[in-house]
Design a protein around this ligand. Structure first.
Ligand code: PMP
Length: 383
């Protein structure tokens, strides 16, 4: 048996279990309308919640930065890749997020892995929600800490773990807006628990940043709490790429020294950080408020039509849990015939038996788009 034979056998097994993923090809800009395998479709599948990924202002900022600074920085920021534009973006984010320390990462995956593996160690305990993202799970594993997986949004379970491990250094880690369920963590209760038990609160705001909260600062800001470590991504509502950690000065400096995905990886291209800076200026201002209002109106309208959709009432992520993997992909295909794209999500991205259609709305959709997808999905939920 060669490695290639092994891979073929694995692929056949995946296919037989309806788990094979085949790529679709996008042309042109990302947005509420996108060209997918050569066909223009209305897309309810991206995380581009504010429809900024295709925005001319971000592209212009990136092009101007590429003209001035070239494309790559050629090295890790610890070597000779620490560009003035990195420092400028970290300052802009600190001002926006009202914190003292910010560290950029190549992406959200690297940020979660870097944060957890650098801050937690074998003597520590990490308490993680069972639906936390794969990057959080991998960060927990790399930390070699004792890992406690708490039931989804179960604050009492988190407290029990904090009591059980009293005397050890504890971290509580959660998404603020869950990526596949669209529901919210009770961040106020978690922050209060962490305070009472001297634990550190790590909050991943990947899907909330830009889309929720005052100035688009996320769920924590909306709740009036400040986690010890907040992870934000720039590739979703900000329409750019990369990620950051918003924290204290000392923690940010610690990450500079110890977060391996940061230390041992090339710095972000200035053209990317320039697009992110342009996005933040939009997201913070009145245009950001307007887009967030449209987004939550769309989310509410969709749930008025599809009452079985999951998630918070105003959440841009609306899952329709179907259960069976094959049936979910059948519906994705049926909708595509009508030039509407809704991604079917199967295990291992979601737990076995909970395959779902994940509808994500965008501020760039028209009201008619929301009505259309709801009409098409009526049959799927009526099965
Ligand atoms: N955290 C969560 C909750 C996510 O959903 C994702 C991406 N799907 C990430 C982190 C990773 O972010 P990125 O795509 O920037 O790597």
């Amino acid at each position: 048996m060669t490695l290639d034979d092994d891979a073929r056998a694995e692929l056949r097994a995946l296919d037989a279990a309806n788990g094979l993923r085949v790529p679709r090809i996008v042309d042109g800009r990302q947005g509420p309308r996108v060209t997918l395998d050569g066909v223009e479709v209305t897309s309810f599948a991206s995380n581009d919640y504010l429809a900024l990924a295709g925005d001319r202002r971000l592209a212009d900022a990136a092009a101007a930065a590429a003209e001035e600074h070239g494309t790559g920085v050629g090295a890790s920021r610890l070597i000779v890749g620490n560009h003035r534009r990195h420092v400028g973006l970290e300052r802009a984010i600190a001002d926006w997020m009202r914190c003292d320390g910010v560290r950029l990462f190549a992406n959200g995956y690297a940020a979660n892995v870097g944060v957890l593996s650098a801050l937690a160690g074998p003597d520590d305990v990490v308490i993680s929600d069972e639906l936390d993202h794969a990057s959080i799970i991998d960060g927990c594993r790399l930390s070699r800490a004792t890992i406690v997986v708490a039931k989804h949004r179960d604050v009492a379970a988190v407290e029990r773990a904090l009591v059980e491990y009293r005397g050890r250094r504890c971290f509580v880690v959660s998404e603020s807006l869950f990526s596949m369920d669209g529901d919210l963590a009770d961040v106020r209760a978690l922050a209060e628990l962490c305070k009472r038990h001297d634990a550190a609160f790590v909050l991943d705001e990947a899907h909330a940043l830009g889309a929720r909260g005052p100035e688009g600062r996320g769920v924590a800001a909306a709740a009036g709490i400040v986690p010890d470590v907040l992870v934000g991504t720039c590739g979703k509502a900000l329409g750019s790429f990369g990620a950051f950690v918003a924290t204290t000065r000392a923690v940010a400096d610690w990450l500079w020294n110890r977060a391996r995905p940061f230390v041992f990886s090339t710095g972000l291209p200035p053209m990317v950080t320039a697009a992110t800076e342009a996005a933040i200026a939009i997201v913070r201002g009145s245009e950001g408020d307007d887009r967030r209002r449209v987004l939550s109106d769309h989310a509410r309208r969709f749930r008025m039509r599809i009452t079985s959709a999951g998630g918070a009432p105003d959440s841009a992520i609306a899952p329709l849990v179907i259960g069976d993997d094959r049936e979910v992909m059948h519906w994705t295909g049926r909708l595509l015939e009508q030039r509407v794209f809704v991604q079917g999500i199967r295990p291992p991205t979601v737990p076995e038996g909970t395959a779902r259609l994940r509808v994500s709305v965008s501020a760039g959709h028209r009201t008619e788009d929301i009505e259309q997808v709801a009409d098409l999905l009526h049959d799927a939920v009526r099965r």
